[in-house]
Design a protein around this ligand. Structure first.
Ligand code: 1PR
Length: 528
């Protein structure tokens, strides 16, 4: 039996699912007695360091945790659960940590995008039971803005490079911690977790010793989900956002089945977009919650969910906040939520007031779950202009002229699934959302969606150069070569596609095999 410490703000479902998949039972620890009775304790942390320590304090869990850690029983801290072991974190001023390891937790200081999101490698610095049956050159899933800086170099189990080398795992006797998420790192992550559970006492050296690591470009499969006219929840796909063919909603499969297939084929991440979320009440739209619960039982890579994340009032007059909607999604297995329409309205308000309210969905969700959990999904379309000075928007010069030979355009944001254009451009939207606390941009393009004509490189470069958070390039992929193009002609951290994967025109593994050796990726051989 594995005891899982749940302090209420994290996604413990994924870790529970991964442990149960390995045939072990999980007891979720609610109080001090559970901690003291545990044989093996796993502490997955999500959110911000300060709020985590405040909750542990308020629940009087600090003393039992320290006592547990002193008794020589196995402990596995994941991400923030590892940060908690240190003296303090820059993330929260003076709030002390558990002080089991001497050292601090610092914010990344690098010109690269922060948060550090995605699959990166590890340089294994000492023999460890955790690396039994692993080669040592696998990639694991990271998502964080802060990293540990141990005073004692001897406790460093692995290092990883992101702008510079940082400690990505620690080990001291039976206490281990990883910055990466084993529960989200596919097959390699499950082996790591199994090694902890099975308690290999024997330390084993990884056969491959990397001297440096590189973050992989991510390949993301996107599932646009809605009910069809018969009321079945289906994966659909639009042509420039029009999902009907001969009057019927296109039906390309069942969400849970398709997600499982993409996991097997090597997707680095899976995104569900509830495309009618703008008009449905998400918490009444329970099928999406069920889709997440079912998917997260079998799919051990990050899951993002979007659609309908906003404040709303239901038919009985009860009010829900966007944070409550997000809470429900995180509890059901989501790692990130994505906000579309609401982000545009928030940015319009911000631009008109000249300041943040502190109460928008972006601000509230990122405050509780961390910026890395908040993705902004932008649905822009090109608007051509003759003269860049005649519109109050960020205009680009384009090599793809407009219908009247215009050589400038701006990218108009839309809401309600592309149905309504708004007076804000995609570049400004991305910048303001970053200021408000968003951690990633999912950059769609209505002009390219479903066309198989390749990504809009000009759009991606315009947005990517305006923000410091990661950007997911989306819309238009029609071949493996389009992925090579987007990764060599832009700085996008990941690329997302839907149609070519749903129609089996190019499987994810074929995209990866094509990219291998040309672009840093998580190889398909690691995704078994
Ligand atoms: O506005 O917060 O409720 O969120 C709704 C979400 O649903 C938004 O993220 C929006 O992008 C999405 N959405 C709404 N309507 C549609 C539609 O297609 N009618 N889908 C829609 C957006 C775009 C991509 C697509 C890529 C790749 N789909 O995600 O998967 O363009 O496609 P391709 O590779 O086939 O070209 P809210």
């Amino acid at each position: 039996m594995i005891t899982l410490l749940d302090y209420g703000a994290g996604n413990v479902r994924s870790v529970t699912n991964a442990i149960e998949r390995l045939g072990e039972t999980v007891k979720v620890a609610g109080g001090a007695e559970d901690i003291m009775a545990a044989d093996k304790l796993v502490f997955p942390g999500v959110g911000a360091f300060g709020s985590m320590m405040d909750i542990l304090n308020a629940r009087q869990l600090i003393t039992p945790l320290k006592a547990y850690l002193r008794t020589g029983r196995p402990f596995f801290g994941i991400c923030l659960g590892m940060h908690a072991l240190f003296d303090f974190s820059e993330e929260s001023g003076g709030t002390p940590g558990l002080g089991i390891f001497k050292g601090t937790v610092r914010r990344f200081k690098t010109a690269l995008a922060v948060p550090h999101i995605g699959w990166n490698g590890v340089c294994v610095r000492q023999p460890s039971p955790l690396f039994s049956n692993l080669r040592g050159d696998e990639k694991f899933y990271f998502v964080h803005s802060y990293h540990i800086v141990p005073e004692d170099e001897d406790v460093i189990l692995t290092t990883t490079d992101y702008g510079y080398s940082f400690a990505s795992a620690v080990q001291k006797g039976v206490i281990v911690g990883t910055q990466y998420h084993p529960e989200k790192s596919g097959a390699a992550g499950l082996v790591l977790l199994q090694n902890f559970i099975r308690a290999a006492d024997k330390k084993s050296g990884a056969p491959v010793q990397l001297s440096s690591t590189r973050l992989a470009k991510r390949i993301i499969a996107c599932l646009d989900v809605r009910s069809n006219d018969r009321g079945d929840l289906v994966v659909t796909k639009g042509d420039q956002y029009d999902v009907r063919e001969a009057g019927e909603v296109r039906n390309l499969g069942k969400p849970v089945d398709l997600a499982a297939r993409y996991y097997q084929e090597g997707a680095d991440e899976i995104t569900f977009l509830n495309i009618t979320g703008f008009r449905d009440f998400p918490l009444e739209d329970m099928p999406m919650i069920e889709v997440l619960k079912q998917t997260s039982k079998h799919v051990f890579v990050p899951l993002t969910i979007g659609g309908g994340i906003r404040d709303y009032t239901d038919s009985t007059g009860r009010q829900y906040s966007a944070l409550e909607v997000a809470d429900a999604y995180f509890r059901s297995g989501a790692d990130k939520i994505s906000i579309g329409s609401d982000a545009v309205l928030v940015v319009e308000q911000y631009l008109s007031d000249g300041r943040a309210t502190g109460k928008s969905a972006i601000e509230e969700i990122s405050r509780v779950y961390g910026s890395q959990a908040v993705v902004i999904s932008i649905d822009p379309r090109r608007v051509y202009v003759d003269d860049p000075d005649r519109v109050p928007h960020q205009v680009i010069s384009t090599t793809i002229p407009g219908p009247d030979g215009e050589t400038y355009c701006w990218y108009q944001c839309t809401i309600r699934g592309g149905r309504e254009g708004r007076p804000v451009d995609a570049v400004t939207l991305a910048q303001v959302c970053e200021t408000l606390g968003a951690g990633e941009i999912l950059l769609n393009c209505i002009d390219r969606d479903g066309t198989n004509s390749g990504f809009d490189i000009e759009l991606i470069n315009a947005v990517k150069s305006a923000v410091t958070i990661p950007v997911i390039a989306s819309s238009g992929a029609g071949s493996a070569d389009h992925f090579l193009e987007v990764f060599t002609r832009t700085e996008a951290e990941s690329a997302l596609a839907a149609g070519i994967f749903h129609r089996r025109e190019v499987p994810i593994s074929a995209v990866k095999d094509y990219l291998e050796g040309q672009v840093e990726i998580r190889p398909s051989r690691q995704t078994v």
